[in-house]
Ligand binder design. Structure first.
Ligand code: TXA
Ligand code: MG
Length: 331
């Protein structure tokens, strides 16, 4: 996908950093500065960004050319860091005790004020947490000192990257750096587990098998029911605000709240995704602003939201994908 916003481009080739002390320290500083850094985990290479920085997380989608906002995994150093972001229910806590660090991701209710960008959770109340194994990932997480959002480090729709060469083949020039620690040992993504009622359910098969989980913890991992949330980004009406949504509006009606793009129309109950029409900024604000406008509309007794047109290029594809889901008929 094409993108014309200057922030979406790095003019320089991507740096290949050695997975030594200096390389990892450099990678941590880049993350702190809001840059994208690919790094090895035991499963695949992740395309990392500071999970608290909406602009940096938006840049992940831009670099991958992902046309929709699926929720991302927040990688943390240890159980304490995970507990700060979400309260793991009993069975998931037992699995964490048994297998973290390791190739299993746990989905649990995120804590209010956890500080994660709402783009990481794609506006959901839950968050996917993972404590990866592997010295390089662990040292990077410790040095950086915060949660790292990271999907697999490949362009959207392409094969996951299990070496720094794979990463560079797909993303050279689009990310600041890749930490090169050779091929990843597991090679498939982590297993993702969540809860449905009292049951632990499999949301994505991966590097840790249900048999191993049962053998070590005695916990039976169930198949999820048809209505599960394994890929919330794929649901037609996924993030539905309470207000009804009217897209591509030239201007808001008198009884509508207004989600603007590019500072054009002054209006009472309104927020602007990006006054300077920057798609990266708009992506970073999207879920927060939908939530906030929903609350503002309720306060004003307004039941409809009009949304200004957002250009259909670059991150605009993902933004429009999400907006059209917000506007879709409710189930
Ligand atoms: O091994 C891995 O897990 C790799 C490495 C880099 O850690 N990461 C990875 O991330 O595979 P990604 O973004 O490609 O996959 C994230 C998956 C998606 O299928 C997404 O739907 C699911 O996690 N997910 C994230 N948050 C979720 C949530 N709150 N509820 C349900 N599923 C969620
Ligand atoms: Mg992937």
């Amino acid at each position: 996908m094409t993108d014309n916003s200057p922030k979406g481009r790095t003019d320089k080739a991507t740096m290949r950093l050695g997975a030594d002390k200096a390389g990892i320290a450099r990678a941590a500083r880049l993350l702190t500065d809001g840059a994208l850094v690919a790094f090895p985990t035991e499963t695949v290479y992740g395309l990392g960004a500071d999970a608290r920085n909406g602009g940096a997380v938006a840049a992940i989608y831009q670099a991958k050319g992902r046309p929709s906002f699926n929720p991302l995994i927040a990688h943390v150093h240890d159980r304490a860091a995970a507990d700060a972001l979400a309260a793991l229910p009993g069975p998931l806590a037992r699995i964490a005790d048994a297998f973290w660090p390791g190739p299993v991701t746990l989905v649990a209710s995120r804590r209010d004020g956890c500080g994660l960008s709402s783009l990481v959770t794609a506006g959901l109340d839950t968050v996917a947490l993972r404590v990866p194994h592997g010295e390089t990932a662990r040292t990077l997480l410790r040095e950086f000192g915060g949660p790292i959002a990271a999907p697999s480090a490949n362009p959207s729709g392409q094969i996951s990257a299990t070496s720094a060469d794979h990463v560079l083949a797909g993303l050279n020039g689009k990310i600041a750096a890749v930490l090169d620690d050779g091929p990843t040992p597991v090679g498939v993504e982590s297993t993702i587990l969540g809860m449905e009622g009292d049951n632990v359910v499999l949301l994505r098969p991966g590097g840790l098998t249900s048999e191993t989980i049962a053998a070590i913890t005695g916990i039976h991992v169930a198949a999820r029911s048809g209505s599960g949330i394994s890929a919330p980004g794929q649901l037609v009406s996924h993030y539905a605000p309470r207000v009804s949504v009217r897209l591509n509006a030239a201007a808001p009606g008198p009884d509508e709240a207004w989600l603007d793009f590019g500072a054009t129309t002054p209006h009472g109950c309104a927020l602007d995704l990006s006054p300077s029409a920057d798609l990266l900024e708009a992506a970073a604000n999207l879920f927060d602003y939908l939530h906030r406008l929903d609350a503002m509309a309720a306060g004003h007794g307004i039941t409809r939201l009009a949304v200004a047109p957002v250009p259909m290029h670059g991150l605009g594809l993902a933004i429009n994908d999400r907006l059209s889901r917000a506007a879709a008929p409710r189930p």
